[in-house]
Ligand binder design. Sequence first.
Ligand code: 6PG
Length: 243
Amino acid sequence: MKPNVEVFADRSQLIERALELTLAEIKDAIAQRGCCTIALAGGNTPKPLYEQLAQQNLPWQNIHIFWGDERYVPISDPQSNAGMATKAWLNHVAIPPSNIYPMPTQAADPTEAAQTYDQQLQTFFGTGPKEFPSFDIVLLGLGPDGHTASLFPHTDALQVCDRNVTVGNKDGQPRLTLTVPVLNQARCIVFLATGANKQDALTEIFAETTDATHYPARLIQPMNGKLSWLLDAAAGEPLQKYI
Ligand code: 6PG
């Protein structure tokens, strides 16, 4: 399916559209399947969206929150993706704590933590070891180097295709990340990217021929789901031709 690319004059318009799209997918998922599963992005760009979602009146008991990736730090750490989303959104709505599934970062060994989260996903989605769960919504960001989630260029995590969760590596710092096959199993993937420092990566990601190990976000091609790129003008300038 051809990706939907939308470029907005500024970040607030982008966030408004991201909210609209997310609310529509939540409503759709609950109508069709009785619940909605969302894998959240970390980084700075999605924070205003989470703050907007905190203002919404939604059937929170039917919404289940997971993460696409996590820095290997305690949730109390300012670097924590779960910590950020909890402060910006989840602490402000009546979502049952049992509906929130932060990636476990307590274990001494990140590989063990990845296996723990993998098992949690299998239990929640009722999938077996070699099956990949379908999230209703996956939110993703984009790094200037073309990484997404914690799938960084030239790292082993890019090749992992026999499990749901693996250990990412950012400059030697461990991360936990959903793997490419799980991300590509999603029903709806939404990239949020802002800033001129993302232009080069976007140019490569949308180019005819690019080695995806250089620009891992290019590996995100949903099997049957929808793919949207929501960009501000600074980031999206090179992609005007795709709109
Ligand atoms: C993380 C993210 C990562 C992020 C990009 C973009 O944990 O860092 O999940 O993939 O989305 O680095 O980050 P910004 O939104 O801050 O530019």
